[in-house]
Ligand binder design. Structure first.
Ligand code: WTA
Length: 629
């Protein structure tokens, strides 16, 4: 399964295009299947219908855990580093992982959860979060993780969209010097979630929480009632494994659905090859389990490969900006995978936070979530990797399940800010706005993929048509990523950012329409328009233009209230960085907001705003430019 040289990569790539079914069948043979598949692939991108390893039967947790036992029983699956510095590192062996996952799976079964039921997970970055995903997968329940930074209302929408039966949460969470309530937020959400029957509450902070009788149960008490064996549910390759909600251009977040067989195969294959993981190495991905990176490259990928990894509860700036490097030094981390926003913020903190630590254990560095600018790339390369560690700039999405375009560490020649080349099995193409294929090198266009890979999105939960519309209808017979991309003279890919109305704030995907509708909940706001603008640390910041025609409040008051609205409806991650109160928005005669102009003003451009002659009221632009923040 592991590619060892560039030559091997080229051969694997060629084979994967010529004979995709043979190529993936061979890789899939490395896993435990309860029944082998009858056919490798059946697909079309028009419905879309994509089936991999048809009629294959498996359980992904058997592949993540059981198959590594007994040989690896005492190997460390996870090192858990708490939020507070100086606490002993908790080591979790593969045997312990097995036992914890089985016990939790049995708790879920005792709640009446069966194959196909949905379970919502709202937990901090603690080992129990990873156990929770695996416990669901063990019994065939479909997990739906909600990131801890989302509000009660966001949790409620997600729970109701997929009618979750159970919620797994904790009393509170530690995040830097803050203690964040989790259970209280869940309680608020559950005021209107009729499908939820049970809530299991892990005690993390010990804060006082309300426990509703017949519904809420204590984690430890329930776990201790259970056996540490749990027969895995046998799943079909195409049974859903999880739902993960993500933002798009329009409407509410959609539940991206991944299925068991293809996801397992691709997740493991991409993990091993991109990071070139070797047995006994220590791998650390700093993502949160609430995002796809935490699913694929904290939980499933590393475990499928039998790796040892780090789970970190805290944040990079606590107690100071040296925390990441402190952990790398302490645990002798070999592979380190983080987001450009973290790199930029640590760069800004200065080298004094890097110098005290010995980083010589590092062999490979990774980047994910947003384009990495050249300056951050160089800083990472020089000061963290000491110019000897390759940087794998991994491009992928919630919908792709795994990394699609990335260097293979120490195999692909890297180039700052380039995700470089597609993994075997991945066929990227660039098209223009009309869908015409842009061939050759030294070109730029919209990034699409023309052939399915095993972990491609299968549907959007409860609304297959939305899946078709969003990803497969823009360009005929292509999966559309929503990203713009350059292909340079060498054929290397460089992702330039979203071409739709999605902004990427600190690596978090946020739909501008979602933020607008949250802002519009404010009683005095009649209309708003939200755009992204370049931000030194976050990559992109959120700039909101709001029309507030009649109000007795001061601008400061208004801004505060608008922020509260967004906090309440989406969560703190979607709070605008800038709010400009305006009397009108630049609209065409047909009433369409000219976002292009708003984007330019937010970026700081005041003169070359392009053609404004089609605007209903060109004077609006003058006012907006004058009031720019
Ligand atoms: C962006 C995160 C440039 C991109 C795994 C994509 C990137 C969106 C990179 C998906 C990268 C992710 N270079 N841009 N290496 N990785 N992106 O679903 O715009 O949270 O469409 O998945 O992040 O974000 P998502």
């Amino acid at each position: 399964m592991q590619i060892r040289s560039f030559e091997e990569y080229k051969n694997a790539y060629e084979l994967s295009i010529k004979e995709p079914e043979n190529f993936w069948a061979k890789i899939a043979e490395n896993f435990v299947w309860r029944k082998k598949w009858d056919k490798v692939l059946d697909w079309n991108f028009t419905e879309p219908k994509i089936n991999w390893f048809i009629n294959g039967k498996l359980n992904i947790t058997e592949n993540c855990i059981d198959r590594h036992l007994p040989a690896k029983a005492n190997d460390i699956a996870f090192y858990f580093e708490e939020n507070e510095i100086g606490r002993p590192v908790k080591k979790i062996t593969y045997q312990e992982l097995h036992d914890e996952v089985c016990k939790l799976a049995n708790v879920l079964r005792s709640f009446g959860v069966t194959k196909g039921d949905r379970v919502c997970i709202y937990l901090p970055m603690i080992p129990e979060a990873v156990y929770s995903l695996l416990a669901c997968a063990r019994i065939g329940a479909v997990h739906s993780v909600v990131f801890g930074g989302f509000s009660a209302q966001s949790i409620r929408d997600r729970i109701n969209d997929s009618s979750c039966k159970v919620v797994l949460t904790s009393d509170g969470a530690y995040r830097g010097n803050k203690q964040i309530p989790m259970k209280a937020t869940v309680d608020e959400a559950l005021k209107d979630c009729p499908s939820v029957e049970k809530v299991l509450v892990f005690k993390r902070t010990g804060e006082k929480v309300n426990m509703q009788s017949n519904r809420d149960l204590e984690w430890d008490i329930e776990i201790n009632k259970q056996r540490s064996e749990c027969e895995p549910e046998i799943m079909d390759s195409e049974d859903p494994l999880f739902i993960l909600y993500t933002s798009g251009s329009t409407g509410k977040p959609k539940g991206v659905v991944h299925s068991c067989g293809g996801y397992m195969v691709y997740c493991c294959y991409s993990f091993i090859n991109v990071f070139q993981y070797e047995p006994e190495q220590i791998y650390w991905c700093t993502a949160d389990v609430g995002w796809i990176t935490g699913h694929s490259y904290i939980t499933y990928g590393p475990l499928l490969a039998g790796a040892s990894s780090v789970i970190f509860e805290g944040i990079p700036s606590y107690p100071d900006a040296g925390r990441f490097w402190n952990i790398v030094d302490k645990l002798k981390v070999n592979i380190f995978y983080t987001a450009p926003t973290a790199i930029r913020s640590l760069e800004a903190a200065g080298l004094d936070f890097v110098k005290p630590y010995n980083l010589s254990s590092l062999k490979v560095l990774g980047s994910v979530g947003e384009p990495i600018n050249e300056e951050a790339w160089q800083w990472y390369h020089k000061n963290i990797g000491k110019e000897k560690c390759p940087i794998v700039d991994t491009w992928w999405q919630t919908e792709t399940g795994g990394i699609l375009i990335s260097p293979l560490a120490n195999i692909t020649k890297t180039k700052p800010s380039f995700a470089t080349l597609p993994l075997p099995g991945v066929q990227p193409v660039l098209v223009d706005d009309k869908g015409k294929l842009i061939e050759g090198n030294g070109v730029e266009g919209n990034l699409c993929i023309k052939f399915p890979w095993p972990s491609i999105i299968r549907t959007t939960y409860g609304d297959h048509e939305r899946c078709r519309q969003t990803y497969f209808a823009t360009y005929h017979n292509l999966y559309f990523t929503g990203d713009g991309c350059k292909r340079d003279e060498e054929g290397y890919y460089r992702i330039t950012g979203r071409v739709d109305d999605v902004i990427n704030v600190s690596g978090h995907r946020i739909g501008t329409a979602e933020v607008e509708s949250a802002i519009n909940e404010h009683a005095d706001v009649v209309e708003s328009a939200v755009v992204g603008y370049p931000h030194d640390i976050k990559g992109q910041g959120i700039y909101a233009y709001c029309i507030v025609p009649k109000t007795t409040k001061s601008q400061d008051e208004l801004r505060k209230e608008i922020l509260n609205c967004v906090n309440k409806i989406i969560g703190p991650i979607a709070r605008p960085d800038k709010i400009q109160i305006v009397s009108g928005l630049p609209k065409t005669r047909s009433g369409k907001i000219m976002r292009r102009i708003l984007r330019k003003v937010a970026e700081g451009e005041t003169k070359n705003l392009g053609d404004v002659s089609t605007l209903l009221d060109p004077l609006v632009v003058e006012e907006i430019v004058k009031g720019r923040l």
